[in-house]
Write a protein that binds this ligand. Sequence first.
Ligand SMILES: Cc1cc2nc3c(=O)[nH]c(=O)nc-3n(C[C@H](O)[C@H](O)[C@H](O)COP(=O)(O)O)c2cc1C
Length: 396
Amino acid sequence: MTSDRRRFLRFLAASPLAARAWAQGPVIPITHPKDALDVMDFEPLAHKALPPAHWGYMATGVDDDKTLRMNREAFDHYQLRARRLVDVTHADLKTEVFGATWDTPIYVSAVGSQKAFHPEGEVATARAAKAKKTMQMLSTVTSVAVEEVAKALGTAPWYQMYMPTTWDDTEKMVKRAEAAGCPVLAWTIDLLAGRNTETATRFALADQRDCLTCHTTSPKAGGNTQRNQGRPMFAGLSGDMNPPGATWSYVERLKKMTTMKLLLKGIDTAEDAKLAREYGADGVIVSNHGGRATETGRGTIDILPEVVDAVGPQFPVFVDGGFRRGSDVYKALAIGARGVGIGRAYIYGLSAFGQEGVERVLDIFHAELSLTMRQCGTPSIAQIGRASVLRNGTRL
Ligand SMILES: Cc1cc2nc3c(=O)[nH]c(=O)nc-3n(C[C@H](O)[C@H](O)[C@H](O)COP(=O)(O)O)c2cc1C
């Protein structure tokens, strides 16, 4: 074998794109969102479109990124049980959430700083969500104010809150979201101890640009160094957030402060799901922040059964983490999730093609979920249940 050929084979072995070509057919050229066959087709395009530091901010998990990978791998623990000879002419994705009818159980979850991915940022996401009748959850560290996003979305989004460190600032933030019309407040409680986003730091260090031309602190320094002064939802506030001393009593106090429904985002155990209900939350989101909070955790789909079983079917349980296929969403619905959040999947689309990219990602998810529902003989959401899924070959 010539050394050139050997080098070429070594290159192929190391390339994830080539690995995909070997297993699943050739990589297709994508020049328009419509060319994408699945949502992962947008990932290499996003990588190409973004500067290294911004790509790293999205791609990172924490430490060795094991929880991040586990979110994907855990879906392989579940298999579908398809029933036959049901009329599957049409699928109906409609579902009820807090008295509202959603056209789809899939929502776009909170992702901060979306102008790092596309100049239109959260407004492009809102327009796509509106076009595809999808709920948008807006991050506290959004690059566009909630009032402007609500206009683009045609209704107020759910508001994700990183709690400011004083109650005074918390009340101001909560009242602002309430005044904008947000029906739901999702308090994210999985970053109160901080985190080590090492992959993000490595990409930031490889980025030749000076981060301080746009940021007040450099992501090259590692850790959670970003400050929030200048971010629209921190106008008039100190900018400090995620009080590490927060305890369950905070849930009660927060609940009393607002007329919005209160969700806790970042629940990873049955015990905490029960406490959330006890302290007055209206529901929980099973989430590990897309593998960006605690390392060597479980995939969220593996956490979902114990949480649903702990709180019962009346208490709304949502989930996010690693969802890339309609069949992933189907598994969560079968276990008992009321809604399923997507994060990176739509950000790939946003990074590559802006609004149109997000729209295509949502179309693909909806088409895949409809197909799975029809294939499994459960063409409405209400028909999907524990009998629709197995864990490692065993009934749940
Ligand atoms: C780049 C990025 C930024 C995020 N920003 C926030 C945020 O501001 N607030 C929050 O609660 N969750 C945030 N998340 C977590 C998502 O809401 C969601 O839990 C996670 O992305 C789901 O996993 P997935 O990316 O595999 O779909 C972020 C995730 C990513 C990838």
